[in-house]
Write a protein of this length. Sequence first.
Length: 306
Amino acid sequence: MRAGIVFVAAFAALASSSHSATAEARDLDDLDGGIEAAPDSESVETRGKYILYASGCITCHTARGEEGVALAGGRALETEFGVFRSPNITPDFETGIGGWSLDEFTRALREGIAPDGSPYYPAFPYTSYAGMRDEDVADLFAYLQALEPVERAVPPHELGFPYNIRMSLWPWRWLYFDADGFVPHREDEESIARGAYLVNAMGHCGECHTPRNWLGALQREHHLAGNPDGPEDRTVPNITPHHADGIGDWSRGDLVFFLQTGFFPDGDVAGGGMGAVIRDNTSKLTEADRDAMVDYLRAIDPLEDQ
Ligand code: HEC
Ligand code: HEC
């Protein structure tokens, strides 16, 4: 079974598409007044914007094209289970997360549980965000709550049976959800530990680069060893330092440059999901953080392609 991102919902009928199509394209700076993003700032919003970039929320939560309003949802995420539509995460009370508390937000992000107690589909990569630290989640929440709210209802997911039954996620969670997330501890060097956190918890790189089993769960023993059935029907390459199959032959500088610019060593440009990851996430990070990601990737066990 091909496994892109996973599952879907019939939380149908909640939102009608008739409301939704009116907003014009607006980017993040329109909603936050052009605030900077920096990891070590005194300002909680400035730190929070950095976390938003590092964890790649923008790509999934912004509709493509003319109607795309940063973080106001409506992006169609096509998977073999059907089409998911990302929700509005601006602080609008009716259509976004304006009424949420930090506890509710933390539970959604790290445990995949909605304020009403129902489970989220793992198309929302809470399975990776489970490893995010309290302070980073709090900074991110403060930043999101300070945005200009956008009123925009998102149409429901369109999922096939039985994936449209949200309750069917409970056994899946019981089998596969690891509440500690997956940040293999490499405390041997500060940069590698930071890189492990950026790659695994925030950057959720494994959600595309790790193969999945037939139920859509990540195969942790093949962590980052490539995914023949990635999103958008693409093969996602092995990014462990294996020489023949992975990035073992890339120089450190080539990898850092790739994450900053999207250019492969041969001058080609990264496409598909990776182009968006570079645009919305890795190009926005500090040099030290890109270096840390590369240090981590070069330090993990080399694994063969699956
Ligand atoms: C790979 C795509 C993807 C990424 C990346 C992503 N999300 Fe989501 N998110 C989704 C989908 C799909 C849902 C809906 C899940 C469902 O209905 O079960 C969702 C749901 C949510 C919800 C619940 C909203 C509600 O109204 O119930 C919140 C809050 C949220 N995401 C915040 C975030 C934040 C913050 C980030 C970055 C740290 C993020 N998401 C990154 C796809 C994504
Ligand atoms: C949405 C899915 C997705 C996510 C998330 C993702 N990648 Fe990728 N990645 C891809 C795809 C697809 C390619 C192949 C791009 C191409 O060939 O144009 C790729 C290519 C790469 C390559 C080049 C490898 C090679 O041998 O060609 C590196 C390095 C890489 N990704 C690192 C990362 C890191 C680090 C992260 C986390 C910050 C990440 N990726 C997150 C989909 C993804």
